[in-house]
Design a protein around this ligand. Structure first.
Ligand code: GDP
Ligand code: IMO
Ligand code: MG
Length: 422
């Protein structure tokens, strides 16, 4: 069986932290979609690590890590991740396996991302500028460059042909981009040589054999359900299926092999980049969440927009993913609020609804809140469920009743140890 761990909001829920906590229970950790747009933060032994492409099991000696076919890989960022972890003496050749079917982000994909965003002006998606959209466009357009291509002698010809096409498209964009392709390519080719020292596999074969041999696997999602290409707040989304189905296509596992589905959410909600956000706060409460929660993007450093927990959106994400258990993150950040608000319905085009509709732009959607008493206690040194304040427990029960799935982990700080099983 293979368990899934997914973000249920607009990303940055704390997936990396929980994967790291759970890795001791698994033989294999596998990323199934997204690319270095992700930033997964792990904190332990006083050190902080932000992972972009590597699965978050990489620090555990016992686990094998797989970058699945659904992931897009930027060799330059990949090499940086390897360099950053060099002091840990991890045997990457045996501990980090890469799918041959994963697509490669070329320097010109990044340029295309930048050009597209620049041309959109105010209507921009606010992408991470990592080339994610253009790389997935080439994948679905059947022009992509895959990791397995590197094993062929003529890979440079393939690279050149695709780059040539990209440069033509870049000309088409009516924007000025400042770049030096020679420099970008020299960095890219250098990184490719490092990448080629790692192990490329047919990961779907590997994973299915592992399942057949009784190995335990955790699939690690990136981004969050509200950024899913089909079910998110389109077009302000990423370019992959971030939801449970993405794990099937992104690793080559059948739906009937899926066991637990861990759904990760923050006790409030954040978003980085553009797009609608019904419970967004512009007042002191939002500023407090941002300050106490250190809400800055792990990949881009941009400030994250903050708002009250949106249960309409959470219920939608639980449904689409088939979540079997919830993990509530950052409860500690809400300590000190006298009253907490939870969005329990939308007013959508003049009607009160509790489902997530086609579009949630401000002109169509306003929110209705239920108020709940907050907790004042500092949670950060609590270690077991009995210590949690009654008001937090009531908050959790309210959520469970609304979405119909139990909360099994309450996270009370960023460190691996600040994790309470409830
Ligand atoms: P991911 O992309 O889902 O892995 O999440 P990020 O790492 O981008 O963002 C989550 C941030 O919250 C990181 O800075 C974590 O260190 C931090 N974090 C995770 N869990 C908690 C928690 O329970 N409390 C607090 N205060 N911080 C947390
Ligand atoms: P993790 O895995 C939060 C957002 C970007 C932008 C939109 C599209 O750390 O949760 P893209 O570069 O994918 O084309 O950008 O998606 N975004 C994320 N927001 N966390 C992420 O990843 C994100 N990855 C992309 O900010 O709004
Ligand atoms: Mg993140």
């Amino acid at each position: 069986m293979i368990d899934l761990l997914l973000g249920l909001q607009w990303g940055d829920e704390g997936k990396g932290k929980i994967v790291d906590v759970l890795t001791k229970n698994y033989d294999i950790i596998a990323r199934f979609q997204g690319g270095p747009n992700a930033g997964h933060t792990l904190i332990f032994d006083g050190n902080k690590h932000v992972l972009h492409t590597f699965p978050s099991g990489i620090f555990h000696k016992t686990a094998l890590n797989i970058v699945g076919n659904g992931v897009v890989i930027d060799p330059v960022i990949f090499k940086n991740e390897l360099d950053n972890l060099s002091k840990y003496n991890i045997d990457f050749k045996t501990k980090l396996l890469i799918s041959r079917k994963a697509h490669v982000i070329l320097p010109t994909h990044r340029l295309l991302d930048a050009a597209s965003e620049k041309m959109k002006g105010k209507g921009k998606i606010g992408s991470t500028l990592k080339g994610i959209g253009p790389t997935y466009m080439d994948k679905t357009g059947r022009n992509g460059f895959r990791i397995g291509d590197l094993e062929f002698k003529n890979w440079q010809t393939k690279y050149k042909n695709l780059t040539k096409k990209h440069l033509k498209i870049l000309d088409f964009y009516d924007v000025n981009l400042d770049y030096n392709l020679e420099d970008l390519e020299s960095e890219f080719f250098n990184a490719i040589e490092i990448l080629r020292t790692l192990t490329f596999i047919d990961s779907e074969e590997y994973i299915n054999n592992a399942i057949a041999n009784g190995k335990t696997i955790l699939a690690e999602g990136a981004q969050g359900s509200l950024l899913d290409i089909d079910f998110g707040t389109y077009p302000f989304v990423t370019s992959s299926n971030t939801t449970a189905a993405g794990a099937c296509t992104g690793l080559g596992v059948a739906p009937n092999k899926i066991g637990e589905v861990f759904g990760i959410f923050k006790a409030y909600i954040t978003r980085v980049g553009s797009g609608p956000f019904p419970t967004e706060l512009f007042d002191e409460d939002g500023k407090t969440m941002a300050r106490v929660g250190h809400e800055f993007g792990a990949t881009t450093g941009r400030p994250r927009r903050c708002g009250w927990l949106d249960l309409v959106a959470l219920k939608y994400a639980v449904q689409i993913n088939g979540v079997t258990q919830l993990n509530m993150m950052k409860g500690d950040v809400l300590s000190g609020f006298e009253k907490l608000k939870i969005c329990t319905s939308y007013n959508y085009k003049g009607e009160e609804i509790t489902y997530f509709p086609y579009n949630i732009e401000e002109e169509n959607t306003s929110v209705n809140y239920t108020e709940i008493s907050g907790w004042q206690e500092d949670l950060t040194s609590m270690t077991n469920a009995d210590q949690l304040p009654k008001n937090l427990k009531d908050y959790v029960i309210f959520i469970e009743n609304f979405v119909g799935v139990p909360v099994k982990i309450v996270s009370v700080g960023p460190d691996r140890k600040q994790t309470i099983m409830v």
